[in-house]
Design a protein around this ligand. Structure first.
Ligand code: CMP
Length: 137
């Protein structure tokens, strides 16, 4: 059993896509283990994206994540890291396959609706960062 982190970014929240994204996750047979709607701390966001610190988009992606409420959720299930990555689609929505969240609902890489952990190690780090209080189940 694996756990992974998903963030629904401000664009997804403002477009009222929380339900649609969670519906797809639950329909797949994965379980929500923690879920919250929050205005993220900039320090948390900068730590979250620390691996991108030297990239030119680091400042703008952090600005974007604190521009409005986000939903943070932990998804639990067999192979959940890979299953969620596949369901979310390619980082650049233009390359995302139809049927994926980004392939169906997004167009720009800056607002690609969701973040999901890249591997099991990243998931453990990100879950600890976003849910220091622990999981509901
Ligand atoms: P995410 O999976 O949250 O991880 C880093 C984010 O940076 C990425 O999704 C994009 O939303 C954003 N981003 C902006 N520009 C780029 C880029 N050129 N390459 C990769 N990610 C980018």
């Amino acid at each position: 059993m694996e756990t992974t982190l998903v963030l629904i970014k401000p664009g997804g929240v403002s477009r009222n896509l929380i339900g649609e994204i969670c519906r797809r996750i639950e329909l797949r047979g994965l379980e929500l283990a923690a879920l919250k709607l929050i205005n993220a701390d900039r320090a948390v966001v900068e730590e979250h994206y620390a691996e991108h610190k030297e990239r030119p988009f680091f400042g703008s992606v952090c600005d974007y994540l604190v521009s409005g409420p986000v939903v943070a959720l932990v998804v639990k299930g067999e192979n959940s890291v890979k299953a969620i990555r596949a369901m979310m689609g390619a980082t650049n929505p233009i390359e995302a396959t139809p049927g994926t969240v980004r392939g169906d609902m997004a167009l720009s890489i800056e607002d690609n609706l969701v973040h999901s952990s890249s591997d099991v190690e990243a998931a453990a780090r990100e879950i600890g960062l976003w849910f220091p209080e622990g999981l509901a189940r």
